[in-house]
Design a protein around this ligand. Sequence first.
Ligand code: TRP
Length: 350
Amino acid sequence: MDSLTATLERMPQLRADIDAHPGRFRMLTGERPTGPLHLGHLFGSVLERVRLQNLGIETFIVIADYQVITDRATSANVHNNVLEAMLDYLAAGIDPTRTTIFTHSAIPALNQLLLPFLSLVTDSELRRNPTVKSELAASGRPLSGLLLTYPVHQAADILFCKGNLVPVGKDNLPHVEITRTIARRFNERYGSDSGAIFPEPEALLTTTPELPGLDGRKMSKSYGNAISLGMSADETAAVIRRTQTDSQRHITFDPDNRPGVSALLSTASVCTGESPEAIAATIADAGAGALKNHVAEVVNDYLADHRSRRAELEADPAEVRRILAAGNQRANAIAEATLAEVRTAMGMDY
Ligand code: TRP
């Protein structure tokens, strides 16, 4: 059985365990600060984190700044993207009194875990990671040492705080798998009778189907098909209006043959909770213009509260920096404690 099938089979039980015993879990997840967060991030991952946080699960979010330079030659914009992501997390309901938000470049002890962890994996294990392979192909650049080894660095992101629950999309499953392997091998090699040092974390797969961009492709800022959470209502209406539709006036939901119309319907659907088919039936012969007006209205309604909270935070950058600094401080304390344990286990505590 491959790991995707195994993970999917495990999901119902894992979800039941989470609901019954949220206190048993420590969740670590995050993303690379490569651009502004958009509606796809909000529905695909951020709202689920808020839900888990509110269930009482101790939560860590890494803004994975070192992961940005795995496949690109510049760190321009990273600083700004980190602060923008902070605004969106906080506006979406991530509560810094319950969730630790940190950037991995600020946590030296986390990064130091990379050294012993690298000794636990082989070159061929690293080279066969399918996500690394596709990122390498997409980058059009030679394989950097960091791109090859970043899944091990991601294991350090997860294990520094002994996270045992990792909400991710399918493409990050190989990284959770290598994390489990590293935890197991570390425990075998250096653990004592008194017990394991690291847990073998479980992936919690996102169940919501991916929200497509407005052209039906993957939602991404670089395709110009994304509704960023930080856009104004007018900018939002403008990107929606630019969506390429087709010459058929009657509106139907048909993602394969009508990508633009269907993406608009999916976008409205996530905001109102109505099915895309039902929305299509309401618009019917009123055509694409009416559909776009409807989508702009429901998206802007849905995001109105998020945006007003976001604007308030944006007006107080010192407070946002203070929250990040506090998260980094807390992550540092935890990483130093874990590294101390690792040094002791390895007999390197001088
Ligand atoms: N690789 C993740 C992404 O593609 C980001 C990430 C970095 C992450 N460290 C993590 C996700 C640890 C989960 C756990 O966006």
